[in-house]
Ligand binder design. Sequence first.
Ligand code: ADP
Ligand code: ZN
Ligand code: ZN
Length: 731
Amino acid sequence: LNAASTLKVALSVPLDTLFDYLPPRDAPSPVPGQRVLVPFGRGRRCGVVMAAATATDMPPAKLKRVAEVLDAEPLFDGNDLDFLTWAARYYHHPLGEVVGAALPVRLRRGEAQVPLGEPGWALTAVGGALQPAQLSRAPRQAEILAWLTELGGRAPQSLLREALGECASALRGLRDKGYIAVVELPPEPGIPLQGAAPQLHHEQASAVQAVSEALGSFAGFLLEGVTGSGKTEVYLRLAEQVLARGQAVLLLVPEIGLTPQLVKRFARRLGDRLAVLHSGLGEREREVAWQRARLGLAPVVIGTRSAVFTPMPQLGLVLVDEEHDASFKQQEGFRYSARDLAVVRARRAGCPALLGSATPSLETLKNARDGRYRHLRLTERAGGARPPRLDLLDVRGQPLDAGLSPVLKRAIADTLAAGQQALVFLNRRGFAPVLSCYGCGWLSDCPRCDARQTLHARSGLLWCHHCGAQRRVPTTCPECGSTELHPLGAGTERLEQVLGEHFPEVPLVRIDRDATSRKGSLDKLLAEVGKGEPMILVGTQMLAKGHHFPDVTLVGVLDVDGGLFGADFRAAERMAQLILQVAGRAGRGEKPGRVLIQTRYPEHPLLQTLVGQGYDAFAEAALAERREATWPPYSFQALLRAEATDAEWPQAFLSEVYALAAPHAGDVQLWGPVPAPMQRRAGRYRAHLLLQSGERAPLHTLIGWLLPQIRALKLARKVRWSLDVDPLDLY
Ligand code: ADP
Ligand code: ZN
Ligand code: ZN
């Protein structure tokens, strides 16, 4: 048997191996990046060819053949496959699942590609400015360029081929030089282009200049700018420059950050060269966007987390907006950080990566301080809007009404009286976090979790936010039969009710996951706010992202104290980011804003620093704390999680892992196993083993050695376990 004729195929199964197959009998052998249908177990599966193998461990008699080749051309090129392989190795995750995660669902399932419009070619700005003499050494390319110019700058590929004969390699040559780019022809979706961009202010201009000077090779940038300082305008300007070079731009945004406003803004400036990728799209829609990006028809991709894997030819710039946002971390299955992968991708593509945020993560700030990223700043708000003022409101000993202090209520009244809007932020949805019985002390515990079920009064449900378990609100206590059932604490629903009683004549808009679960309802609510009439907005962190509320001049922040003493070492960082993100909604118009932060710990040093000196000083102090404690970013972590319906197994399993690892740990510290902070969740008991090291390399070496041993453990089949490299939370 000729070993070189076997194919290594990635299948989306949780096994850390590629699978060997023989090429199909009567079709040309597929190349890496093409999808194939292969026999697997009793059925067939769709996989992606990763390589033509030179050797196989399989006995020849057991080798099966590829049943069908699904794509005429590879979906991933060599660089794409290398990137996916790198990611699988870094996160110690089965390559087949990583490749699967990079494919749109339909393609992953093995379905045929959705057809697109006709491809064509268009001159880029650089190509359009070219003199024919500059291409005298490449007459074929000069010929194409002349044709395109004559045809008004763009032509379908079929027409070029008809006119000029086979010209694929000359076209590629022109594309690689950035003189022409692929476009989709016709139909031109009629987005009216709005060319007029604002004149960049000084800081924006120097940020744009710094990045554009770096185009063409890897460089890391942090763009730190308060909300409203014009970061998006910087992205747009850079995108235009990169497009003019005939290259492509990838912009990652947080889940909630992908607002219609943002997309419209890009579409108006960049037209149909844009593809948008997010989970709200239908499967076909999403695949079309992905294909347009892959073929270079849409050289600008805006997308959430998984868009980081979109194959894009000629990638020239990678942007990550709100880079601190937790939604860039995939928290189950293939656990990866899209923000971190974005930087890796830029490095491999040889192009700059720009991470933007008003409140950069401590990881990114440290990279900037260590000189790995260049730190660009936008300190002023674009258009001259003034930043909001932050004040702490000491609520010790104050009578609170659904969490509202008298001072905050008065401030809301004043704001409304001045004809402006007020926003009250409480990061807890539902009516109250717990229902209790005054007769016997019964609490609305979740039967499946170490947690309470939240009271949702409007829907009449007790609802666990951790496992989703629901039951109807009882009218009498399940324990003692008393009717004295009372909610404890407040969520946004209760806050809305109390504010409604207080300000009966003012419209109230609540924005949280419950109020916006129906499609289009968020847009409706935002339109309501956009009218600018006096009103009160109540909401969770959904309010904190992306939206512009120019008429909000007062922001009240309830309940920040959890962030000061949270079990997680990242709690304070998250609290600070959230406060500033919410604060950033205020006073974006001509009117200055004010932010009142309620706390029972007004002298807490981190709060003081944040409010008195701003985020930079806060981050400085928080980084010092992290260094002291050798927490990330001053160390590297991986978390082994295990869970089972049996209370003993997770700990027993992790103890065995510990025993395996300890003699080989070297510089890697092993912490645990310990029960997870919420030990029981959705009926399963959970435990952790944390691996931490001052350097990445020994940690990854240990994990690489450990994983096969773990898989061989008997208990590994009795528990559900997972590995999280660079975990974002330790729950
Ligand atoms: P960010 O992304 O930092 O929140 P944006 O880019 O959205 O900021 O800018 C905030 C607002 O200011 C937007 O309405 C934008 O159109 C406007 N803007 C941005 N840059 C300028 C500028 N140089 N001159 C005038 N207005 C600007
Ligand atoms: Zn009771
Ligand atoms: Zn639960």
